[in-house]
Design a binder for this molecule. Structure first.
Ligand code: DUC
Ligand code: ZN
Ligand code: ZN
Length: 470
């Protein structure tokens, strides 16, 4: 089965040119200026921009929220990520209650994702039950590699919750991870300081959503990153990826570590580039609580620092931190901001928002857009080569984007598993028109035409970008 995409404006991680892409079965066979007209299917891409399917390295499908006992929206809602141009996610696999990392990840593949997932997916291990005896945890880290998992997340925030990983355990996790080719993904916020600030704030009767940002300032992010990096160095040089960076404070710390050649990669998320903490100040809880994310939205001036950090190589990837929770779950924190479950959906909007407000506004070159949304995440997560670029031998995960389309972001146009969209009403320049997943058309005229369960579990390679370079 061959497919030919003709006459597109192709953008790869290193070049832009007008040309054709020949696909044989699931894989790109050739890319060139004119590959003829002979194929089982020919797709006319004239007037369309053609780029690799997005790789979103940070999503939370079917996962326990950080407060309460409810799950986020399931893998069947990843259809909307595809409609938004993302063909691969690297999803977090938290420990299920009473289960270890391995058992939880296997259950996720066999039950949670099976017959539902629409995108290809890899998994990050995710420590959510630290106990007094963590020998089982360390044994599981040694076995993650056998399952094709080469990353694990530690939360330095959320003191007093089962998510919190203290410095001692994190240090041991780093040592074990280094031995087994695993990159440690760290949520760097100082849990002690945040806890203290939150308790003082609540005691003063300051309980509205806007205090979420006031009680987790950016110095907490910078300090925790510094500590994590120092510990990783002492643990033997464990590769780190510092996730969802929001501020100059943390970017300066990452830049300094990279300057001394420490293996560390930096991620930011689309919402930190386009939203700021004024959204949390909305007097209507139903609106403000949508923007309770952690780390918190910052002052607007931080956005420029993040763009700069992307351009200068301090940050490498732009993820969504997609959390499909609706207002029924957000309302758990109606009387206290610290009880509002953190996170918001974003996977479907990452590509259109970055194209509209990054590329079209001159913040990002087209090639950088491809690098930050597809190639670099594939590298960081050990999926490259294979995913994240347009070149012979890569999976034929391809987006045809109609630059000329004009409209606005509307939840109703691409429902995301929750009942709101944090970018509702933002101008949208262009839209994802067609998506191919491993050579098969799964989005046509901006509508999902694939099947539930079509997504494939992807085994990652050890140490991510340490071998592929960034
Ligand atoms: N961290 C995440 O990575 N996602 C949601 C909430 C959080 O704290
Ligand atoms: Zn986090
Ligand atoms: Zn997250």
């Amino acid at each position: 089965m061959t497919t030919l995409i003709k006459n597109g404006e192709i953008i790869t991680s290193s070049a832009e040119f007008r040309g054709d892409i020949l696909i044989e079965d699931e894989v790109i066979a050739a890319v060139g200026a004119d590959l003829g007209n002979t194929a089982d299917t020919v797709i006319d891409a004239a007037g369309k921009v053609v780029f690799p399917g997005g790789v979103d390295q940070h999503t939370h499908y079917s996962a326990l929220c950080n407060t309460g006992d409810q799950d986020t929206a399931g893998y069947e809602t990843s259809d909307s990520a595809l409609v938004g141009g993302t063909t691969t996610v690297v999803d977090y696999a938290p420990q299920d209650p009473g289960k270890g990392l391995i058992e939880s990840a296997q259950y996720r593949i066999d039950v949670r994702a099976k017959d539902k997932v629409c995108v290809d997916y890899a998994l990050h291990g995710f420590i959510t039950y630290v106990t007094d005896d963590n020998s089982g945890l360390y044994r599981d880290i040694a076995r993650l590699s056998e399952m094709g998992i080469h990353s694990i997340k530690c939360f330095m925030a959320y003191k007093n919750s089962p998510l919190h990983v203290d410095d001692g355990v994190m240090f041991r996790v780093m040592q074990e991870s280094k031995k087994h080719g695993i990159t440690v993904f760290v949520h760097t916020e100082n849990g002690d300081v945040i806890d203290e600030m939150q308790r003082e704030c609540i005691a003063r009767g300051e309980v509205a959503p806007k205090y979420h940002a006031e009680t987790r300032p950016s110095f907490c992010e910078g300090e925790a990153a510094q500590r994590a990096l120092y510990l990783a160095q002492q643990a033997g040089g464990t590769p780190l990826c510092i996730v969802h960076n929001t501020s100059k404070a943390v970017c300066d710390v990452i830049a300094e570590a990279r300057g001394r050649l420490q293996p560390v990669m930096g991620e930011t998320c689309a919402h930190y580039l386009f939203l700021d903490k004024s959204y949390l100040a909305n007097p209507d809880f139903e609106v403000a609580s949508r923007y309770v994310l952690s780390p918190a939205l910052r002052d607007k001036c931080e956005q420029e620092h993040l763009w700069q950090a992307l351009r200068d190589g301090t940050l490498h990837t732009i993820a969504s931190d997609h959390v499909g929770i609706g207002m029924d779950i957000k309302r758990q924190g109606l009387d206290r901001f610290d009880r509002i479950p953190n996170g918001a959906p974003g996977a479907p909007d990452r590509i259109p928002m970055l194209w509209s407000h990054g590329v079209e506004k001159g913040k990002l070159s087209r090639v950088d857009f491809v690098r930050f949304t597809a190639t670099n995440p594939a590298k960081v997560c050990g999926l490259y080569p294979g995913k994240g670029d347009i070149a012979p031998g890569f999976d034929a995960d391809i987006v045809l984007y109609d630059r000329a389309w004009r409209g606005a972001v509307r939840w109703a146009d691409n429902p995301n598993g929750a009942d709101f969209n944090i970018y509702e009403g933002f101008e949208q320049l262009g839209r994802v028109e067609t998506v191919l997943l491993r050579g098969k058309v799964v989005v046509e005229q901006a509508r999902f035409v694939g099947s539930y369960g079509q997504g494939r579990f992807l085994r990652t390679r050890p140490y991510g970008a340490c071998y592929t370079g960034l």
